[in-house]
Design a protein around this ligand. Structure first.
Ligand code: PBE
Length: 268
């Protein structure tokens, strides 16, 4: 029989993403802090989370997912973050660009552009929504660049062109980072003459790769909270170029048709 309690409705399950994501570590911490030991955080991927959300939403069924902003899902569905009165998921956060040590000497043009690269949550969301609507990531990136010529010109202004040198951008297959990494790759190739390889990896190897020099850059570092463990682990072995986007959020997300509002509502 259907119970009114959300735990019974969703079988005490929270739909998670890839285990290396900072969002998963924060959610594990939230289950502890809010004393929700009967709840399970299910590992999966960003894509599997989105598929589960889509299916539940279409059937108006209850579901709790690990979510983040910017993300196309907020344009497609009516969703809300559960309030986090204990602040486990952190406050203001930015996405940083991180490069390997030595990039400045080896690839000064790429370094200068990566230092300048900065856009808004709306910019990123536009690329994400286009991809969700069926464009290939590289097509969505190219379309955004074509539509935002002035912004892109400013990023590459006065930077000398390279001569086909190779660069490696590491990223995780989170929809937000698929969008940003494709935009940066396109600019490096079409405006600055590089040949760019995108390395899709898990979060741990992404940070290890930038620290050991296997990758040249990432535009996927969520700080100061989401990736704080990775940041601390490799500190000194990379160069932090600062924020490329301001105004992110992570937490537990539910459809607005659910009548819970806070993580505290998960407690019976
Ligand atoms: N995310 C998207 C990542 C960072 C980008 C929030 C899923 C994470 O949790 O590590």
């Amino acid at each position: 029989d259907a119970s009114d309690f959300v735990g019974d409705q969703v079988k005490y399950e929270i739909v998670g993403i890839d285990p290396g994501a900072g969002l998963m570590q924060s959610t594990a911490a939230a289950l502890k802090e809010y004393d929700l030991s009967e709840w399970k955080l299910i590992e999966g991927s960003g894509a599997a989370m989105a598929a589960a959300l889509d299916k539940a939403y279409k059937n108006k069924q209850p579901i709790i997912v690990t979510g983040w902003t910017p993300h196309w899902k907020f344009a497609k569905y009516d969703l809300k973050y559960l309030e986090d009165p204990k602040g486990v998921y952190g406050g203001d956060e930015q996405i940083h660009t991180i490069v390997r040590n030595g990039l400045k000497q080896d690839q000064p043009s790429a370094y200068s552009f990566l230092d300048k690269f900065e856009w808004t949550p709306d910019d990123m969301a536009k690329v994400m929504v286009d991809i969700q609507d069926g464009k290939k990531p590289e097509e969505a990136a190219a379309a955004w660049i074509a539509d935002n010529g002035a912004k892109v010109d400013e990023w590459v202004k006065d930077i000398a062109k390279a001569d086909g040198q190779k660069l490696k951008l590491a990223y995780v297959a989170w929809d937000s980072e698929i969008a940003s990494t494709n935009v940066v790759k396109n600019v490096l190739e079409t405006k600055l003459g590089y040949k760019v390889e995108m390395l899709q990896v898990e979060a741990g190897p992404m940070w290890a790769g930038i620290a050991n020099g296997d990758a040249d850059a990432i535009v996927a570092a969520w700080l100061p909270t989401t990736h704080k463990d990775y940041y601390a682990k490799y500190k000194g072995k990379f160069e932090d170029m600062g924020p490329n986007l301001n105004g992110t959020k992570i937490g537990l997300v539910v459809p607005t048709y659910m009548n819970i509002n806070s993580i505290e509502d998960l407690k019976k």
